[in-house]
Write a protein that binds this ligand. Structure first.
Ligand code: FEO
Length: 403
């Protein structure tokens, strides 16, 4: 297949996005599998482009569009979201098709106007739309759905009524680079969708619940969901909507997460003993060294674990920098209903546990058990204590799992 070949996802509807194979860091969010920016072209009496791609990939998107239609013939550009991975090629399109109408939410128009002052946005033919507004493409109709705070104030989605395709922008996305385009062509897509949710949408879970209800009120029951990142849902449409509801309600599994860092192995030994204790309670446990594991993946483990043990050595009277960075990351994502246990080691003054206590306060986690610290290294008695604690935490994880 030609590298620039667009992909027909339904009659007259094409994926014209790009795959970012080497994306490993998406503004600080680790993307070990790469990513994609999905744009879609609809050919009807009117030609509509839904979203664009990161500016560095504008030419690649244009090549795909040109395989279908002369881009100067585009009548409508739909900007579902201002963030630059979707909007930064709009100016390229508007230069080529200056007569095109540019549809955005009210906050979308404001955001685009503030962001693209140097790109001639004062000449763009903005059309502000709100939930329920419709435009006809000829045989087809596009309906707009504001998706405020999923995940920016301007976020919007577009529903192609006759084909029942929901262009959901960031919602329902996954960060995966693949030559496949549909969910049923790739294994474990739901796992990637969960990682994406945990790192991007988790703080907006109350809005997700309202949004799922709004879809029902609007009688939007898509047969295909075409997000702006990753694979298009055609087999797992209802399942991914259900999973979003579940994640948003704060579900967790009977599972315990141990996250830690270690300098000379003492905190690590404590972590290993805690793991043993959890195992002896018959509970699943995950151990994550924060310098050796992707934080985005670990965040999904946080989402799924009702109880989290966090361990840090003391360095310069403080917690280790990876622990403080990760706890700041977690606090921003606001997972609900989590219990915590802190542990660590020190040589003289200590300070790690105190620092973690302060940081975890802002995450609003609930104390599971009093913290434990050892001086220099854990001896047999300390190890036994860690195993006992692990057992109790495991029991707690069973009690606190939420389906
Ligand atoms: Fe994919 Fe919020 O940008």
């Amino acid at each position: 297949m030609d590298d620039n070949e667009p992909l027909k996802i339904a009659e007259g509807i094409y994926w014209v996005g790009v795959v970012d194979w080497n994306l490993r860091d998406f503004h600080g969010y680790e993307t070990p599998k790469g990513g994609s920016y999905n744009a879609y072209l609809i050919i009807d009496e009117k030609i509509a482009l839904i979203d664009t791609v990161k500016a560095t990939f504008s030419e690649e998107m244009l090549k795909r569009i040109k395989k279908i239609v002369d881009p100067s013939k585009i009548d409508y550009v739909i900007s579902n979201h201002v963030e630059m991975d979707h909007s930064s090629s709009i100016s390229t399109i508007m230069d080529i098709a200056p007569g095109a109408k540019l549809f955005a939410s009210s906050k979308g128009q404001t955001g685009l106007s503030e962001h693209y002052k140097e790109d001639g946005c004062e000449n763009w033919n903005f059309q502000v739309v709100k939930t329920g507004d419709e435009i006809s493409l000829g045989k087809r109709t596009l309906m707009f759905i504001e998706a405020t705070m999923l995940h920016w104030p301007d976020s919007m989605q577009t529903y192609l009524k006759e084909d029942k395709i929901l262009f959901s922008n960031d919602a329902f996305g996954q960060h995966i680079a693949t030559s496949k385009r549909f969910d049923d062509e790739v294994e474990d897509v739901m796992e990637d969708a969960a990682i994406y949710y945990a790192n991007i949408l988790l703080p907006f879970s109350p809005q997700v619940l309202k949004y799922v209800e709004k879809l029902k009120e609007l009688d939007v029951s898509p047969e295909m969901i075409a997000p702006a990142h990753g694979l298009i849902w055609r087999k797992g449409v209802s399942r991914v909507i259900e999973e979003y509801g579940k994640w948003a309600r704060g579900y967790s599994l009977p599972k315990l997460l141990v996250i830690y860092d270690s300098m000379w192995g003492s905190t690590e030994k404590m972590a290993m003993e805690i793991v043993e204790g959890v195992r002896s309670a018959g509970v699943e446990v995950r151990l994550r060294h924060l310098r050796k594991n992707d934080w985005s993946m670990t965040m999904k483990e946080v989402m799924e674990s009702p109880v989290i043990a966090i361990g840090s050595p003391t360095m310069n009277n403080r917690m280790f920098y990876t622990i403080s960075g990760f706890l700041t990351y977690v606090a921003g994502l606001r997972p609900k209903g989590k219990k915590y246990f802190l542990f660590g080691s020190y040589g003289w003054g200590g300070g790690a546990v105190k620092g973690m206590e302060k940081e975890i306060e802002s995450a609003k986690f609930e104390l599971a058990m009093e913290s434990m610290q050892v001086k220099f290294r854990p001896y047999e008695e300390d190890k036994r204590a860690c195993r006992d604690i692990g057992y109790k935490l495991g029991e707690m994880a069973k009690e606190n799992a939420k389906s």
